[in-house]
Design a protein around this ligand. Structure first.
Ligand code: PLP
Length: 371
């Protein structure tokens, strides 16, 4: 089996698994309890917070553990807007993940307003476009750091500065960025940043929200006093430890991994070009994310044919009973219909090999050219 859907989720790193194991089997104490047995859990929690903070140049007190990237996104948007009377508008982009778009829709149902910044044809959100919507009504500008479908990297520092110039706060959904590119929350000057463990070889069902100390965000879950009273619920110590270990490992190997992922991209692209296939690459930016559109093909057909060859990828379009629906990202980028319908996303990760990249190019050639 060739797994090339790492933007959907990744394989758990063996080192992360080993780091988690004692907190599942032996050191299972509740980190909030005062007795000695809980000390190991408490210390592990503190160390994981320090490690994660260090990886993104934050302070440990600015890291709040959540159950996933979706929860972090919901908390950032709803926490900032709900109850706000003066600045009642959110500005975000048209190509965000549904964790953001559906949170924005929920806020709209409660009477808050949202403006959606359109990307250019490469999937980039420009400062000029964002500034068209920023006003004295804007409470929050939220733009993702890396797009999950096409891999485009957004100009986060510029967008954050612009939000601040308008008296607004800035949030970034960095779920596809953390562990894959260097991140310095101080240099970027972001107020809030969302992250998810399973996108960088950590466990599923764990994430965090970075919140700059001065940012007034209310607690998300009410209950116990965990996470400094900001996010109640007994901490998932094993997963938090696994996430920290995986992030640390990915950051240490980032340069080497990025160079290797770029090579894998080139192997696929040159294999397809050499076979004479007509295709375009959408967006591009973060290493390993290849959104490819084949003229006249159906993305869903490609996905299923590849699946029969034991190759896992994603599609950028889905068939309902009557027609092929193109994703909101490709639609916003104005990818020509005859290409957009035939889109797949190949996303490589740490464990993919050059042989696998070559095999994917050969499989696509076989499906599309019958040879
Ligand atoms: N944001 C982006 C950009 C994503 O790619 C994803 C997952 O695909 C999420 C948010 C949601 O993360 P999680 O699966 O941890 O809820």
């Amino acid at each position: 089996m060739i797994y090339a859907d790492n933007a959907a989720t990744t394989r758990l790193s063996p080192a992360a698994f080993e780091a988690m194991r004692p907190f599942l089997l032996e050191e299972y104490g509740n980190a909030s309890q005062p007795y000695r047995f809980s000390r190991a859990a408490k210390v592990a929690l503190r160390r994981a917070r320090e490690t994660i903070a260090e990886c993104i140049h934050a302070e440990p007190e600015e890291i709040f553990f959540t159950s996933c990237g979706t929860e972090s996104d919901n908390w950032a948007l709803k926490g900032m807007l709900l109850g706000e009377r003066e600045r009642t508008r959110l500005v975000t982009s048209a190509i965000e993940h549904h964790a953001i778009l559906h949170s924005a829709a929920a806020l709209e149902r409660l009477g808050y307003g949202t403006d959606y910044v359109a990307p250019d044809e490469k999937g980039r959100i420009s400062l000029e476009e964002a500034e068209r919507f920023l006003s004295s009504q804007t409470k929050l500008l939220s733009v993702m750091m890396v797009n999950n479908e096409v891999g485009t990297v957004q100009p986060i520092a510029e967008l954050a500065a612009s939000a601040h110039a308008h008296g607004a706060f800035f949030h970034t959904d960095a779920v596809q960025a953390v562990g894959h590119m260097p991140i310095d929350v101080r240099a970027l000057d972001v107020d809030l940043l969302s992250c998810s463990g399973h996108k960088f070889n950590g466990p599923k069902g764990i994430g965090f929200l970075f919140k700059k100390k001065s940012v007034p965000l209310p607690p998300y879950m009410d209950g116990g006093s965990q996470e400094s009273g900001m996010r109640a619920g007994t901490e998932n110590v094993a997963s938090i430890v696994g996430m920290a270990e995986a992030l640390c490992e990915n950051c240490e190997e980032m340069e080497e991994t990025s160079a290797r992922l770029r090579r894998l991209e080139q192997i696929v692209l040159s294999g397809l070009r050499d076979a004479g296939l007509t295709f375009i690459r959408n967006g591009g930016g973060i290493p390993g994310n290849l959104s490819l559109s084949f003229a006249g093909a159906e993305g869903e057909m490609l996905l299923h044919r590849l699946d029969l060859m034991d190759i896992c990828v994603s599609t950028g379009s889905a068939c309902n009973s009557k027609e092929t629906e193109v994703s909101h990202v490709l639609t916003a980028m104005h990818i020509p219909e005859k290409y957009a319908r035939g889109t797949i996303r190949v996303s490589f990760g740490r464990y993919n090999t050059e042989e696998e990249a070559g095999e994917i190019a050969r499989a696509l050639t076989k499906i599309l050219k019958g040879r």
